[in-house]
Design a protein around this ligand. Structure first.
Ligand code: BEZ
Length: 211
């Protein structure tokens, strides 16, 4: 059965470049990003892992633990990690899971048989501190992902988890947000004492709440 937004992220135990990982214990109340790669020593994956390693301080700032995954053995990961450091200018600084049996890939529906029978697609799962799936994105093997977008979505998820707001099209951290329809005008007056711009009764724009 497919993993859907709102489901509990399946637990697993696997080897990684940073030792054995029990997933739920490892994320331990943090946010997490789990993303899959079709295969080691492939060009697109090499660029994605290097860029994500560069973004590590941004993930840390947001309290997010990042984990990559590919269906290769942990010994193969070590050689590839050296190539990533050499060619991308940043060494891997987060665990890369060795899912050589495909068990994790199957649990997370990362293998799409009509695309490829054994390799994973490029899946991204953002998991909340409650271990529920908050976001899932799937790209084909031939298209590298946009990890700036993953960070942008995490900013939105963390903001909307705290305040009763939603984020509009192409929103970026610091920009105006939308009061969710579940909040009545009466309740909104208490929550947003500075008022809002009612473009329509259902489209109420407020500055991004702080904190
Ligand atoms: C890559 O990561 O470069 C890649 C993997 C599978 C198909 C095409 C590209």
């Amino acid at each position: 059965m497919a993993i859907l937004i709102g489901d509990t992220a399946p637990d697993f135990e696997a080897d990684s470049t940073e030792g054995r990982i029990k997933f739920h214990d490892y994320i331990d109340g943090s946010w997490a990003v789990l993303f899959s790669h079709p295969k080691n020593y492939t060009p697109v994956c090499t660029t994605e892992l290097g860029y994500t390693a560069k973004l590590k301080p941004e993930f840390d700032k947001r309290g997010v633990k990042v984990l990559g995954l590919s269906v290769d053995k942990v010994e193969d990961h070590a050689g590839w990690a050296a190539d990533i450091a050499e060619t991308q200018g940043t060494a891997l600084n987060f665990p890369l899971i060795a899912d050589s049996t495909g068990e994790v890939a199957r649990k997370y529906d990362m293998i799409h048989p009509n695309a490829d029978n054994s390799l994973t697609v490029r899946s991204v799962f953002v998991i909340g501190p409650d271990k529920k799936v908050k976001l899932k994105i799937e790209y084909p093997a031939s298209t590298g992902r946009n990890f700036d977008e993953v960070l942008r979505v995490i900013d939105s998820l963390q903001l909307t988890a705290k305040h009763q707001v939603a984020t509009p099209v192409n929103w970026k951290d610091g920009e105006d947000v939308i009061i969710v329809p579940a909040v009545s005008d009466e309740a909104a007056r208490e929550k947003f004492p500075g008022g809002w711009n009612a473009v329509k009764p259902y489209l109420r724009i407020v500055p991004q709440p702080k904190g």
